[in-house]
Design a protein around this ligand. Structure first.
Ligand code: DAV
Length: 378
């Protein structure tokens, strides 16, 4: 039988991945988990429902170009099957008026070795998103007898999963930063909640961002699920909206990480990297001062690159500073344009993809163990 699923990190040679699709995508209505993310001065505040068809088509065309580049570089690409996202989600515990998209597969699917986990996401509008990937996961299951197909415990997402009145229109940027530093997020510890894109995989170590979309209970679940791995909780106090680690802390090859310079990893969380000679380099500045229209991510999607192997990286075509930095770090850079249209649907090049197969095994990149305050189980 074929070996379909295998991936332990974000930099070993990529051979097979999933690229999202924008069909039927909606802007979700406000809900306890998302009202926190849309800035008060954003034109997206209060707006919800289907995204313009023209934007869907243009974004899909950009993603199709990404697929062509991946295929030309020897990567097999699968695509999800979009649902009609413009439909309500109704459970015994909540109702919300529409869903979102299947264009950022990275948020939903967490690949750890031979296993793919459908994440326990905290947004009510994303409750059924994993269904778009079911045809693919079912196929991998049929074709690869080692493939482990897992769904994380489904959160109920009742009102107890969120802090009430956490979101206050008058809250200043400074106050947001204080909240991030204090690990005071909209999500509670009522139940396990995480987005796959909050998990940075480095072989035997999982580095998980504690933020608006992922709680401590999720880290505890990951640690119990993988007793031989080491789960770390990272917190980036410079980020007023900590959602997903992949525009903040991005590994490029063994021993090298780029870190968003306005969200530096605090010194006290660096011990394990320093003890094992990992270099943490500030990422280049973004080429843009604003995100594109109807985009809820920051300009730091500039560093949300897709590493094809230890010497090759796809960087967004307009991100000239990030390309220049990659070049200096010794990478061959492949530029692909997805900013103008695809970003708005859910993110950059890393977000737009999910790993199915990378060569390589589960390495221990941190053999020198030192006192490490980030460990979920010290
Ligand atoms: O910087 O807005 C975007 C990550 C999306 N997956 C940011 C994080």
């Amino acid at each position: 039988m074929a070996k379909i699923v295998n991936s332990w990190n974000d930099f070993d040679p990529l051979k097979h991945c999933i690229v999202g699709r924008c069909d039927n995508s909606c802007i979700p209505p406000e809900e306890p988990a998302t009202s926190e993310k849309v800035p008060i001065d954003s034109p997206m505040r209060g707006m919800w429902g289907p995204r313009p068809q023209e934007n869907v088509e243009k974004a899909n065309a950009q993603l199709d170009d990404l697929v062509k580049v991946l295929e030309a570089n020897g990567v097999k690409v699968d695509r999800p099957t979009p649902l009609q996202w413009n439909a309500p989600v109704i459970t015994p515990d909540f109702r919300t008026d529409c869903m979102m998209t299947c264009m950022p597969p990275r948020d939903v699917l967490l690949t750890i070795g031979h296993e793919m986990i459908e994440a326990a996401m905290s947004f009510r509008c994303r409750y059924w998103e994993y269904l778009a990937y079911r045809p693919l996961l079912s196929k991998y299951f049929d074709e690869d007898q080692e493939f482990l197909w897992t769904q994380a415990p489904r959160p109920r997402l009742t009102d107890r999963s969120y802090k009430h009145n956490y979101y206050d229109e008058k809250i200043s940027l400074e106050e947001r930063l204080v909240r991030t530093a204090n690990k005071d997020f909209v999500t509670t510890e009522e139940e396990i909640m995480f987005d796959a894109a909050d998990v940075m995989r480095l072989g035997k170590d999982l580095f998980v961002q504690h933020g608006l979309t992922t709680n401590r209970k999720a880290m505890e679940w990951l640690q119990r699920k993988y007793p031989d791995m080491r789960v770390h909780a990272l917190n980036f106090p410079g980020d007023p909206y900590p959602i997903h680690i992949d525009a903040t802390f991005v590994p490029l090859r063994p021993g090298l990480i780029i870190n968003n310079p306005v969200r530096p990893l605090p010194q006290e969380q660096r011990a394990i990297f320093e003890a094992n000679d990992w270099e943490i380099v500030p990422a280049a500045k973004p080429a843009h001062s604003e995100p594109p229209a109807l985009c809820y991510s920051s300009v730091w999607l500039s560093m949300n690159c897709l590493v094809l192997d230890h010497k090759t990286v796809i960087v967004e075509a307009s991100e000239v500073y990030q390309q220049e930095q990659m070049d200096k770090l010794g990478f061959n850079v492949i530029p692909v344009a997805i900013r103008d249209w695809a970003y708005a649907f859910g993110g950059g090049l890393h977000c737009s993809t999910a790993d199915v197969y990378r060569e390589g095994i589960c390495e221990d990149y941190f053999p020198k163990q030192v006192p490490d305050p980030t460990r979920v189980r010290p």
